[in-house]
Design a protein around this ligand. Structure first.
Ligand code: GMT
Length: 370
């Protein structure tokens, strides 16, 4: 098959998942994959597989436009690709504008191309649900041949927001690349002083509640003698507020802001705990990445995270904003060796069973062919 994959190919869960689906389709299944977007998937640089291609969307910045017309340029250039390369399937990640662009490009090219749309979260819960965007998002859901959502939570949320549409939404979970995320991927040895590293990875936006991470770390810090450090991976609008709060709580010297990192697997594998404090997460890919590296996760009981983590079995959950419980559960993981090792083991087991990458790619391949 010739498959076009549309996504925001920058650092972010949906771009990573889109790239990994394309990579497996090309490398392991022999399909011809064409990524289309404003920038190439960042992991594509390390891959020279002959079946993987990237097509940059060229957008006019002619001054008459208040905003460069990305969606229109994408439709036109995708229609060309359908015509020139004989695309069979377009897999759109992030509904807006990708699902609409796919449907329009199929019309423009006048070809019978299968349109698969994968919903990732904020494309539905924030952007698509906005009254100004609701009708076009609903149209995209109706006109796609198949719509998938990355968790049962997101499937139900989409049905609640848009009502039951003629297209049944299928839940297809996310997965991680086991070559990129595994326990032996550490790039440095753990600190010999016995120091424990608590890590948070996100784009530091309000939905991630990164100030809670500082508060939770502070609480743990005041309750134990164990030497601790907090490593923040990623960057975003709340970074300065995090620094101020850390200074106010006198814990700034124990916090490292490492910025955006790539590859992130070797860093994750060095952590003793991954802390996720989000208000909502349709899936929480960072949790699965940590579990694949055998690092225990302490995360909020919200959105799709309870589908990824079973509390006390494959990780720890706490209610959004409950700093005390998050700190207590983190301390249990730092001090109770048996619990720590059971949770790590079960986390890794879940990654290879419930979120098995081959089984998930099989599901997508079947949907491409149906
Ligand atoms: O808004 C974000 O957090 C980014 C967004 C994306 O497009 O990458 O993440 C969403 O998709 C990821 C991959 O499916 C999920 O792991 C994240 O949970 C989801 N984010 C939210 O629902 C907030």
């Amino acid at each position: 098959m010739r498959i076009a994959i549309l996504s925001y190919h920058k650092i972010g869960g949906s771009g990573i998942v889109a790239y990994e689906i394309g990579r497996v389709m090309a490398e392991e299944r022999g399909h011809e994959v064409h990524f289309v977007g404003l920038e190439p998937p960042f992991r594509l640089k390390e891959n020279n597989s002959k079946n993987l291609n990237f097509h940059k969307v060229w957008v006019s910045d002619y001054p008459v436009f208040n905003y460069p017309p990305y969606a229109l340029a994408l439709v036109s250039q995708l229609a060309e690709l359908i015509r020139d390369c004989g695309i069979d399937v377009i897999h759109s990640h992030y509904a807006l504008p990708h699902a609409i662009a796919a449907i329009m490009a199929r019309e423009v090219a006048k070809k019978n191309v299968r349109c698969i749309t994968t919903l990732h979260g904020t494309d539905i819960t924030i952007v698509g649900a906005h009254p100004a965007m609701k009708m076009i998002t609903c149209y995209a859901l109706e006109k796609s041949d198949v719509v998938t959502a990355v968790s049962d939570f997101l499937k139900k949320e989409t049905e609640r927001i848009f009502g039951v549409c003629s297209n049944e939404i299928r839940r297809v979970y996310n997965f991680v690349n086991p070559n990129t995320f595994h326990p032996e991927i550490k790039s440095r040895k753990k600190d010999e002083s016995g120091k424990k590293v608590i890590m948070h990875i996100s784009n530091l936006r309000p939905v991630k509640r990164p100030l809670d991470v500082i508060r939770i770390f502070h609480k743990i810090f005041t309750k134990t003698e164990i030497p601790l450090e907090l490593w923040i991976i990623g960057d975003g609008p709340l970074k300065s507020e995090m620094v101020s709060l850390a200074e106010e709580l006198s814990i700034r010297p124990y916090i490292k802001f490492l910025g955006v990192k790539h590859p992130v697997g070797p860093l994750i594998a060095q952590a003793d705990i991954i802390l996720i404090s989000s208000l909502t997460e349709s899936f929480g890919l960072a949790a699965l990445e940590a579990m694949a590296c055998k690092v225990p996760v302490v995360a909020t009981r919200t959105g799709g995270l309870p589908e990824v983590i079973e509390d006390g079995i494959s990780g720890m959950l706490f209610d959004v904003g409950d700093i005390d419980v998050a700190a207590d559960k983190s301390l249990q993981l730092l001090t109770n060796k048996k619990l720590n090792s059971c949770i790590k083991k079960e986390g890794l087991h879940v990654v290879s069973k419930k979120f098995n990458y081959r089984a998930i790619v099989d599901e997508y391949e079947t949907l491409y062919k149906a």
